[in-house]
Ligand binder design. Structure first.
Ligand SMILES: *Cc1c(COP(=O)(O)O)cnc(C)c1O
Length: 400
């Protein structure tokens, strides 16, 4: 039997059982993987997804799929959301939210430093389609407030944000967007629902890259959006069915398996990250180290208030980062020199200031000066995995 009231259960129980249940025909305890792209129907069903209702049976996997539906139900229950919609990647989810909710002449406020894909999509594609885009430092609510205009329809936060681990106060931002007809969207990929549930703090939509902590094993790409049924239902019809960025049921199945251990993994990520951050912070070659769980993080108080877990992401700066990156590529044994994050394996990557400023953020004037002051020529983004903390520290000590 499946859980009767999954919302009443604890986080670990929900991560394991929500959305699933023994198969009614075979009794299989683990979820089935349904790869079928089409479904045999025994009643007349419209071939246009525009006529889809809650009662529509499974028709075609781009509209809806039983395995994907299980993943969506589980994630909605972890985010305390009414509904969830999965996509092929985090970028497919982000793109769906932006294109479905922003029209020519609308205005978007977003962080001036965030995931490069999102930054580039907003600055290149959205502006080409006639959306006005204002990047601000969303770690300061006053900057969000000052950027709001009559035509502001969306504020996009990422917290903690890539790559500086800046936080945004979701409750403060919600009080700003609720004062006018604007959606508050939070990319909560770095936090995961174990740390922060943005909808409880007033956000309208939460976006995740499932490729990261939620899947957790670096072997399946996916994305998701959570929120009220009305918003998510509209997104399914327009963004999923027509833009077509549908997740493979196989990836949904892998990600669902990863999710069962999300609360346990996050506890271990946090424990390891705190040990590594403390090691880096006192290392003579390290000029700056940022981790929300360190007392030295400028927004540590907000991290305590808004995060139940400080996560596994940290960044640090050293002199001559290119030489250090070269030593890392050659000599690291445990930590992989690779992009991405949130996997069981630790990953490190140099985020070069020149690349970020030139192609992703296009910062100028005082904003550029502030970024350079913190990041120098580049900072290392470190995604702490589930290995032994002592082995991670040894690996870093050898190259520093
Ligand atoms: C990785 C990432 C994305 C994009 O997700 P993909 O699954 O790679 O498309 C978006 N936002 C954040 C914060 C990310 O880390």
């Amino acid at each position: 039997m499946a859980l009767k009231n999954p919302a009443d259960k604890g986080l670990q129980t929900r991560a394991i059982h929500a959305g699933e249940g023994p198969d009614p025909v075979t009794g299989a305890s683990s979820p089935n993987l349904v790869m079928s792209s089409t479904f045999v129907v025994d009643e007349e069903v419209s071939f246009s997804a525009n006529n889809m209702t809650a009662e529509t049976p499974y028709v075609y996997t781009r509209w809806d799929n039983p395995t994907t539906r299980q993943l969506e139900t589980k994630l909605a229950l972890l985010e305390n959301a009414e509904a969830c919609l999965a996509f092929a990647s985090g970028m497919a989810a982000s793109c769906a939210v932006m294109l479905a909710h922003l029209n020519p002449g609308d205005h978007l406020v977003l962080s001036n430093t965030n995931y490069p894909g999102t930054a580039e999509l907003a600055r290149a594609t959205l502006t080409r389609l006639g959306v006005e885009v204002t990047p601000v430092d969303t770690s300061e609510p006053a900057q969000i407030r000052a950027a709001m205009r009559d035509n502001t329809r969306m504020v996009w936060l990422e917290t903690p944000s890539n790559p500086l681990l800046r936080l945004a106060d979701i409750r403060e931002a919600a009080s700003i967007t609720q004062a006018q007809d604007a959606l508050l969207v939070v990319d909560s990929t770095f936090a995961s629902p174990v740390a922060t549930r943005p909808l409880e703090l007033g956000a309208d939509l939460v976006v995740h890259s499932l490729t990261k902590y939620i899947g957790g094993h670096g072997d399946a790409m996916g994305g998701a959006v959570c929120g009220e049924q009305a918003l998510i239902g509209a997104l399914r019809g327009e963004a999923l069915v027509h833009y077509g960025g549908v997740i493979s049921p196989f990836n949904a199945w892998l990600i669902m398996r990863g999710m069962a251990t999300l609360p346990l993994r996050m506890a271990c990520h946090q424990q390891n990250a705190l040990e590594v951050a403390r090691f880096l912070e006192q290392h003579p070659r390290v000029e700056m180290c940022r981790y929300p769980g360190l007392e030295s993080h400028p927004q540590h108080a907000l991290a305590r208030a808004q995060m139940d877990n400080f996560g596994g992401m940290l960044c640090f700066r050293c002199a001559d980062p290119r030489a250090l990156a070269a030593r890392m590529m050659e000599r690291l044994e445990v930590i992989h020199y690779a992009v991405s994050l949130g996997h069981h394996r630790s990953l490190v990557y140099l985020m070069s200031t020149e690349d970020l400023i030139g192609s992703s953020y296009r910062l100028e004037g005082s904003e550029l000066a502030r970024y350079r002051e913190l990041a120098g020529d580049g900072i290392f983004r470190l995604s702490i995995g589930l290995e032994d903390a002592a082995d991670l520290i040894d690996d870093l000590a050898r190259v520093l």
